[in-house]
Design a protein. Structure first.
Length: 125
């Protein structure tokens, strides 16, 4: 049940990219979090993207689940009409680890993964 909830939250975080292939998230460390931890982690990610200093790493640890995530925000910029930001994410939980640099864009008061434009997506196929 928590795995499905984690995937649902992951999809909330990636709202702009719903058309993208989300299979990479199914075994992500974030799927080990409880419902309350997932809510807290989502708030941490939003706050870090909104307020985090460029190049400054912040860490979040789940209170119950063995899960740690480090976020290092990079530049903030405009992409079309959206405010976007690159961030390095390093997460670990039990036997799972994930590291990468991702682009998030803000729509309303929520951040989500930036999805490629139709032109970029066509090039990737």
């Amino acid at each position: 049940m928590y795995k499905a909830l984690a995937l649902a939250l992951s999809l909330t975080l990636v709202q702009p990219a719903l058309a993208a292939n989300m299979n990479f998230m199914k075994d992500a460390p974030v799927t080990t979090l409880t419902k309350d931890e997932l809510t807290a982690f989502s708030a941490f990610v939003d706050k870090t993207l909104s307020e985090g200093a460029e190049g400054s790493t912040v860490e979040w640890k789940a209170p119950k689940t063995p899960f740690t995530s480090k976020l290092t925000p990079a530049k903030t910029y405009k992409a079309d009409t959206l405010e976007c930001r690159d961030v390095r994410i390093e997460s670990e939980s039990r036997d799972r680890a994930e590291r990468g640099t991702y682009t998030f864009c803000k729509k309303g008061d929520r951040w989500g993964f930036k999805s490629p434009s139709k032109k970029q997506a066509a090039k990737q196929q």
